[in-house]
Write a protein that binds this ligand. Structure first.
Ligand SMILES: [Zn+2]
Length: 266
């Protein structure tokens, strides 16, 4: 079965029931972790997900709410598994990903570069495309957020999944996600609150109208927005009326999505 499970749907703001950004994706036989924000390791265990057997870690950018749990994950992969892990792990990310791990290792320990099993770093420049060991195609597109940040798209035999990471408006992002089954999009703030480095309901609607995903999953919504407003209704009012949900930690979406546009005929 292919699925995406929301491991962490929160933001930098700590919330009792939401961890920082992280998503677990089973696609094409791969066990892919998309971002590993603070709190992700315990959430993976709590949700019963095979944290010790992930095949690929895909990083969108270096903010702590997207990579903060990386040291804890690697410490657990090295010391928290009996018998020790032997399988390869590929770490995919923007240019600078290996340097990030080198700096973490210098501060915290060699286990971040030598966890006791083969570790490969694969840095991707915007516009490039690569293939995971499971055969899933991974593409990246620049985003307007940090110097290194990028969005990712994974095309597998069962479905295609897009994930914005964090971004402001950027040319071509909607086309990059064209035709995905599931689009996980940040929607941090309202139209009148948002700056250049995040998305709002109208910006998400613009991307979704171009991409036409089967399903849009809104995530990384600041709590003061999510708790007071009907965010999917705001996105619909801005022009995207396809199936839209707000992500919650533990939510599992089977792929291809049974309640998507193609299933409903809309
Ligand atoms: Zn960020």
């Amino acid at each position: 079965m292919s699925r995406l499970v929301v491991v962490g749907s929160g933001t930098v703001v700590p919330e009792a029931d939401r961890g920082c950004s992280s998503y677990y994706l089973e696609l094409g036989g791969g066990r892919i972790l998309l971002d590993c924000g603070a709190g992700a390791v315990q959430s993976l265990a709590r949700l019963g997900l095979p944290w010790s057997g992930i095949s690929d870690l895909v990083i969108t950018h270096f903010h702590a709410d997207h990579v903060g749990a990386v040291p804890g994950l690697f410490f657990a992969l090295k010391h928290g598994i009996t018998p020790p892990r032997r399988d390869d792990l590929a770490v995919w990310g923007p240019p600078g990903t290996r340097l990030l791990f080198e700096r973490l290792a210098a501060a915290l320990g060699d286990y971040l570069l030598d966890p006791g099993f083969p570790l490969a770093f694969r840095e991707l420049t915007p516009g490039s495309r690569a293939e995971l060991s499971c055969g899933v195609a991974l593409s990246v597109h620049e985003t307007a957020h940090t110097e290194e940040s990028h969005a990712v798209r994974m095309d597998g035999p069962e479905a295609a999944v897009g994930y914005t990471g964090d971004t402001g408006p950027v040319a071509g992002l909607g086309r990059f996600f064209a035709g995905v089954d599931l689009l996980v999009s940040e929607c941090s703030l309202t139209d009148d609150q948002v700056g250049d480095n995040h998305l709002s309901p109208t910006r998400v609607a613009t991307i979704a109208a171009e991409a036409e995903p089967d399903v849009l999953l809104l995530s990384h919504i600041y709590p003061h927005v999510r708790e007071r407003l009907d965010v999917p209704a705001l996105v619909a009012a801005a022009g995207w009326t396809g199936p839209t949900r707000v992500a919650a930690d533990g939510m599992s979406v089977a792929l291809p999505v049974e309640w998507g546009r193609s299933a409903s005929g809309s």
